[in-house]
Ligand binder design. Structure first.
Ligand code: HEC
Ligand code: HEC
Length: 161
């Protein structure tokens, strides 16, 4: 019994570091999923730095070509959550293209490396449209789960490689 408990604890401890699990932290305000999960999935906070999130939340009226403006209270609640759950280091490097462009988790070195098997044509397929459309390929992206068995790429790009 004791051994099982220890094993379970050890397995749990390794979970956050594993790349196929990027869960939304449990202390997320309800507004995060409601307001940031409508046009795309509510992205995992750990894939951008606190500075990056501050910039995203400071320009919601000019949001990657869209208007995602919120009232001040909601914006602050989501912003505080994103900053305290933000990532650093390896998974966030390269997210800034410069030229004043907003940060993108889909251009980080880590994201590119994880997706180096995806053929260029797949990103442009109209059923996918953009790297930010995580749920087009990761059937459980909304649950923060990115396991290989949960991949559903429209067009069968993976089997063609
Ligand atoms: C009105 C629709 C809409 C809402 C609401 C919205 N977004 Fe977005 N968001 C977009 C669009 C459009 C893009 C660009 C997607 C693309 O390039 O394919 C985007 C892109 C992003 C990106 C960059 C994705 C990448 O390529 O790395 C981040 C980060 C982001 N949104 C965060 C948020 C957060 C946080 C909220 C909630 C405060 C939010 N979004 C709410 C429409 C929206
Ligand atoms: C065009 C389809 C496609 C899109 C869109 C896409 N991915 Fe992926 N993703 C893949 C493929 C293919 C892999 C590699 C499969 C593997 O090695 O498990 C992968 C791997 C990953 C992994 C690594 C899993 C592991 O086990 O190491 C993560 C994390 C991930 N994607 C997150 C995202 C996030 C977050 C988004 C959206 C911002 C996204 N992906 C968008 C196809 C896609």
């Amino acid at each position: 019994m004791k051994r099982i408990a220890l094993f379970a604890a050890a397995a749990f401890a390794t979970l956050p570091a594993h790349a196929d699990r990027l869960p939304i932290p449990a202390d997320a305000p309800p507004a995060f999923a409601a307001e940031c999960g409508g046009c795309h999935i509510a992205f995992p906070p750990s894939l951008l730095t606190a500075d990056d999130w501050r910039r995203v939340m400071a320009s919601l009226d000019k949001h990657y070509g869209d208007n995602a403006a919120l009232d001040d209270r909601t914006r602050r609640a989501i912003g505080d959550f994103l900053e305290r759950s933000a990532g650093s280091g390896r998974r966030t490097e390269g997210a800034n293209a410069g030229n004043g462009a907003l940060p993108r988790l889909t251009i980080s070195n880590w994201f590119r490396r994880k997706h180096d098997e995806v053929p260029a044509a797949a990103w442009k397929d109209k059923r996918i449209g953009s790297a930010a459309n995580c749920a087009a390929c990761h059937s459980r992206a909304e649950m923060g789960s990115y396991g290989e068995r949960e991949l559903r790429m429209p067009g069968g790009y993976l089997s063609e490689r």
